[in-house]
Design a binder for this molecule. Sequence first.
Ligand code: PCA
Length: 204
Amino acid sequence: MKKLLLNGFEPFLKYTINPTMKIVQELDGLTIGDYIIHSEVLSVDFNASGDELLAHIKQLQPDAVISLGLAGGRFKMTPERIAINFKDGERDNVGNNPVDEPIHMNGEPAYLSTLPIRAMVNHLTANGLPAEISNSAGTYLCNNVMYEGLAYAKSNNHNMLSGFLHMPASHELAIQHGNIPSWSHEDLKKGVQLCIEMLSENGQ
Ligand code: PCA
């Protein structure tokens, strides 16, 4: 049996609920295909989230890492193709407000996801869920965590697959937010389960 580290994020900015938190909590301990799922929730804190991720990786020694984040305003599930070496964005949950800063001072400019993102998108759409590959994870916490996971894999464990899935809002969040496209919690969760099935079938 292989181990999957599945991360979600806490709420942030004007998003009073982060649907990824509930999804990872509900999938914790389940087995999908070859993978047993171990879930964690990461902080929306530029100074802490990378260290949190690396601590979970070192503790669990996973075969693969999938991190989930809310992309408020997106209509589709969007596996991310690339993480870039930049931190920039609105104030995080503890007040960090980086502008054009590198994540790693002399790090690679970017890393490509090692998840089977095309197979994931095809499997999602074949099962009736709108999906497309995203070519930008932004420069906020999600990009930060995706970059850290791939940088770790590159320098410490070439076999560990790693990447990021951005998710639309849930209906529960959309009601609170007021003006945002949304999916049911069940469809969001099913989307993540379908992606893990593809990881099991197509991940090397
Ligand atoms: N989404 C944010 C950070 C946390 C989350 O769920 C992002 O897209 O960077």
